[in-house]
Design a protein around this ligand. Structure first.
Ligand code: THU
Length: 129
């Protein structure tokens, strides 16, 4: 298994959380991921006065992934601005699965786990005709 600098990735997630726009929840979220070409992409949550339109950090990161050259996510860390480990919500696990697949590693309270453990038996691109 490839080795990643998880401490550096967590620090980049915390840094990304500084850009969060979260006036409604007050929870500043940052996420950072290693891409299969070695670059790092980050995201932050961006809320909206129409609450349901808020975007999670993982969603804005998916945009950054595409905008900076695409590729596949291989390692992901999500943190609050205060440094607390946050698990990606259910919807975001699906977003991460789309761009990282079953082997993408995720920083979790139970240690570093593959997406196959974080989103078991996932629905994905292979399920489409
Ligand atoms: N949030 C994320 O950015 N990612 C997640 O995986 C969970 C939740 C954000 C959404 C909202 O802006 C705030 O956290 C509180 O739910």
């Amino acid at each position: 298994m490839a080795e990643y600098d998880w401490e550096a990735l967590r620090a980049q997630a915390i840094e990304a959380a500084k850009s969060a726009y979260a006036p409604y929840s007050g929870l500043h979220v940052g996420v950072a991921a290693v891409v299969d070409d070695g670059r790092i992409v980050v995201g932050c949550n961006v809320e909206n006065a129409s609450y349901g339109l808020g975007m999670c950090a993982e969603c804005t990161m998916a945009g950054q992934l595409r905008l900076t050259g695409g590729g596949k996510l291989v390692a992901v860390a999500c943190r609050s601005g205060e440094g607390a480990l946050l698990m990606p919500c259910g919807r975001c696990r699906q977003v991460l699965f789309e761009h990282g697949g079953a082997d993408c590693l995720v920083d979790t309270p139970s240690g570093i786990l593959p997406m196959s453990a974080v989103l078991p038996d996932a629905f994905g691109p292979d399920d489409l005709p």
